[in-house]
Design a protein around this ligand. Sequence first.
Ligand code: NAD
Length: 408
Amino acid sequence: MSIFEDNNRRLADIRELEGISEAEMSVLDNPVQTKYAELEVNGRKYPAWRIVYNRALGPGKGGIRFHPDVSEDEVKSLSFWMALKNSLADIPYGGAKGGVKFNPKDSNQEELEAISRAYIRAFHEYLGENKDVPAPDVYTNAQIMAWMLDEFEKINGRHEPGMITGKPLEIGGLALRGDATARGGYLIIKEMAAEFLRGRRNKKIKIAIQGFGNAGLFMTEKLFNDGYKIIAVSDSQGAVYNEDGLNIPEIIKLKNSGQSVGVYSGGRKISNAELLELPVDILVLAALENQIIKENAPRVRADYLVELANGPISYEADLILEKNKKIIVPDILANSGGVIVSYFEWAQNKTGQILDEEYLRGLLGKKMKLNWRRVYEKYSEKNGAITLRQAAYILAIRKILTAEKWRG
Ligand code: NAD
């Protein structure tokens, strides 16, 4: 089953739950724009996509991923989730996503720059601060955003920093963007714990985290600093486990020196698959899609699963976890901190105003709490008859459909 077909099944469930007609929901059946190109760099060809899912609420918005598994199905699904995430977060964007299929770990800096610039040459006419605004995603970063902005501005012969977010500070980025996804997700975990784990002390709450990149590393650091007991972490090369709690600052040092978390000696080496099945209170998924699927879902022992990654739990796994009374905090809520801060960056670039970072940090906190509350209230309203994911989807979809109706 493709990821996108999974999304269709989720949409069909919402249609039934909410009594939305097939005709009304059909605006969400497919992306409004799909662009494909083969980037030619140093005699090699790289398949690349930019997809806008919906524009009812505003211009396209979503990251660009460099990964060997990138496919049209994946980019389409990621752009769909972006549309719902932006709607739920109440920011004036449609949804979009991009990707290039290759392994950036096999490329040097010159090749990465050439691929980044080639991406913009292929898609520049579809991008722009009022058309479609990219950002970093898996294996892309501020440097790549800077090359992309530079190429775009060279082609167009004018400055337009709002055409991309997640930029370095010196060319219009915000310091707050660096750990924004994790900060937002951390605030959601605090809200979730206050609701579901009331009375439990942080040091008694055991957490495992899959993925140790931008989202996972900062999330682990924040949870550790807040006293939670982090007993396992992983990256693409391996995983490490210590029942008494891991020394996270040491693991971060190791990771920042270019090594895998799996080589850390203060714990037992385990496999990535084992990490997902540990008896923890909270499992944070911060790597890639389809990590919990129907095969391993019955073995998941965490009571709460937080989707910091996009789409880490398949549709069929959702059903199994739900039957096993697991609570899932969905991606479109848990990882929306990144795009909310991208919106602050974009707004600042467009207006030319300088906004105080402390003020923005406070605003991010307020928005995350409010979004949690809205989803939780919708979930509670239905007395447990729907999941948190369905509550979030209902709110996000209703808003897009209403905007579409206004547009006529
Ligand atoms: P990243 O490239 O910074 O890090 C990805 C991490 O996942 C790396 O540590 C990598 O080693 C690890 N990983 C890859 N495959 C793995 C596997 N099979 N098992 C365990 N670890 C594995 O990417 P990121 O920005 O942290 O993105 C991670 C997820 O969060 C993605 O789904 C992304 O779409 C989502 N996300 C990121 C942001 C953001 O602002 N960075 C915002 C919203 C959502």
